[in-house]
Design a protein around this ligand. Structure first.
Ligand code: PLP
Length: 360
């Protein structure tokens, strides 16, 4: 067996230990005589898996009791509609900061249901930075402010949160959930598709302040109402059982590793190895302004499309896969989520050095 170093932006690598546990438990979970995939979601065995998974997430992220944790389906993209349907209901308006493609999609979806306003954007420079805002930029009557905390495609991240005053901050954390500690109390709501840093695609994690639930628009489909899921412990209908089980294994792995402080330390170490190389390279360069760089997604270019393509092809042959940039931006992107070992980044940099020598 030869596992590659997978730099995919998502679905992405999972910790090997998680995959091994899942493999060992594939035919029989505990003494149940069945796979988790085959279990009734109403069984006490599955409920125990579910409860432990939620408890571990609450523990790792330090989620206070006045927040609901929901395990939903539909990906982060379904949240783009659920957020306005459920939250844009007091004054019918919301503020959006446009930092890339996902933020744009969230904004466009919200505009279908109410007065979504673009507060700031970094589109003028291909989303290579996070636009600065002050409290005065936000509408005090907005029902919420939406941001994308880590921009998967462009490789930027918020290192300090915008000051939105009393307006609840809603953040898409799909590509940075569990990468470092986060102060949940600073947000009205956080959400993330699982396939970047948590589990296979299929489960979407929503962490929402309880007082924000229960005010959905009348047109809101039952399945898109947070109250439906909050009142039924995420089991109004069949939840994505197996993806939740894998998320649970990942949470256990993070706890064993030393929690989010430790993840942050390792992730910063990996990112530094890559950025230090890019900053000193004569061939490769990073595309993001240094102060807004992501520690999860690192886009870079040679400045020559042919050379970029050659690099991607040779990297693949050498066992570094999915390193091509997003189809809309080109170049390269190394996604270095929690499951990517330090060694993977060190070996990638060695390979980049060699490529630079050969192609200078
Ligand atoms: C991947 C991604 C999405 C889309 O997630 P789906 O689960 O495919 O809908 C949304 N936002 C961010 C920041 C992402 O990285």
């Amino acid at each position: 067996m030869a596992r590659v170093y997978n730099f995919s932006a998502g679905p992405s690598m999972l910790p090997e230990e998680v995959l091994k546990t899942a493999a060992a438990e594939m035919l029989e979970y505990g003494e149940t005589g069945q796979s988790v995939m085959e279990m009734s979601h109403r069984s006490k065995e599955y409920q125990a898996i579910f409860d432990e998974t939620e408890a571990n997430l609450r523990d790792i992220m330090n989620i206070p009791d006045n927040y609901e944790v929901l395990f939903l389906q539909g990906g982060a993209s379904t949240q783009f509609a659920m957020i306005p349907l459920n939250l844009m209901t007091k004054n019918g308006k919301a503020d959006y900061i446009i930092t890339g493609q996902w933020a744009t999609k969230a904004y466009k979806e919200a505009a279908r249901y109410g007065a979504a306003r673009e507060v700031a954007s970094s589109k003028d420079k291909t989303f290579s930075y996070i636009p600065k805002t002050t409290a005065a930029d936000f509408d005090k009557d907005a029902d919420y402010v939406h941001i994308c905390l880590n921009n998967t495609i462009y490789g930027t991240k918020y290192h300090t949160l915008p000051d939105t005053g009393d307006v609840p901050l809603v953040a898409d954390i799909s590509s940075c959930i569990l990468s470092e500690p986060i102060d949940v109390t600073k947000f009205g709501m956080l959400y993330a598709g699982a396939q970047k840093n948590v589990a296979p695609a299929g489960v979407t994690i929503v962490i929402i302040r309880k007082d924000l639930i229960g005010n959905a628009m009348d047109i809101t489909p039952t399945m898109l109402n947070y109250a439906t899921h909050a009142e039924n412990g995420s089991m109004f209908n069949t939840p994505p059982c197996y993806a939740i089980y894998i998320a649970g294994l990942t949470f256990k792995w993070i706890k064993k590793m030393g929690g989010l402080e430790k993840m942050k330390e390792i992730n910063e170490k990996k990112a530094k190895i890559l950025y230090d190389f890019l900053d000193n390279s004569k061939l490769f360069k990073g595309t993001v302004v240094p102060e807004d760089r992501s520690i999860m997604n690192v886009p870079f270019v040679t400045g020559n499309d042919e050379l970029d393509a050659k690099f991607v092809a040779e990297a693949k042959k050498a066992g570094f896969v999915n390193i091509k940039g997003h189809r809309t931006v080109g170049g390269m992107r190394a996604s270095i989520y929690n499951a990517m070992p330090v060694e993977g980044v060190e070996k990638l940099v060695e390979f980049m050095k060699k490529f630079e020598e050969e192609n200078a």
